[in-house]
Design a protein around this ligand. Sequence first.
Ligand SMILES: [Zn+2]
Length: 311
Amino acid sequence: MVKCEACEKEFESERQLHGHLKAHDLRMASYYQKYFPRKDWYNGEIIKFKSKEYYFDNDFNSRGNMQRWLKSKPLTEAQEYCKSVIRKRIEKKKLKYTPSQVELRTIMSPPLQYYQVVLGDYYKTCKELGLKNKFSSIVGTSNFNPVIKKKIKIRTDSREQTPLSLDHPIEVKGLKFGDYTLDNPELCCHCYIERKSIRDFVGTFSGGFERFKKEAQRAEDSGAYLIVLIERKLNECMIFNKLPYVSRKVKVTPEFLFRNVRDLIQEFPEVQFLFVDGRREASRVTKKILFDTNCSSRDFDLQLAYDLKIL
Ligand SMILES: [Zn+2]
């Protein structure tokens, strides 16, 4: 049972309560902001109401406010805050795996490198909180060594519409998943790169989500490692609905889209996402992952490596 805070009347479901709010001339946002006020910890302003979930999940109205608040606090308090963000996610989202950089950067949370500085060892802390680690350690520059194998071709999917210019011999072949691998996939530990423009990305993680899950399942079943490489920076993808080159017909919000992304990351440990700055970067990073990482792309958080300019 849920009670209407305005008139004490009880309802069987939240949905019924939300329908009833009209009787008080209240919109959902004003109802919750009035009867369950939540304030930004940094400046005391009321938390914006994007959805009920968002309203009750966030302690700040912007990442900037969160960062300013953290800076103003002693280390122990910042540490406690970081742990509480992870604990809440474990509880609410039933997380199994330590949140990756893409997961952290798309929720109200500091980026992974901040946790590393404040907590000493992010992965160790997450393990202590009951999570499984997919990655062995924080990536360092020494982890990637160039081992360009001249005789090995890059295998490209025959359905790839706008191939990257890779400046390397190519073999075109139908792939069951992904767009790029090596002509001997064992040499890159069965790593497959799925390239996406921002438009493909938005389409795939809204209407095409179930289809993509099947692809991820096919990849998992055959022991492959799938890297979804998006040719746009993560910050831009997070505001795709405000960008001119993404269709106005797209009805989903970035919040909805990135929830799908985070769900997928938790469901398929053999899938990683990597957002890079444009097509030239996508080409560079594709070659680097296939040739230079010595299979370590499975062991490291690639978005973190890219953000730290190691990849
Ligand atoms: Zn009422």
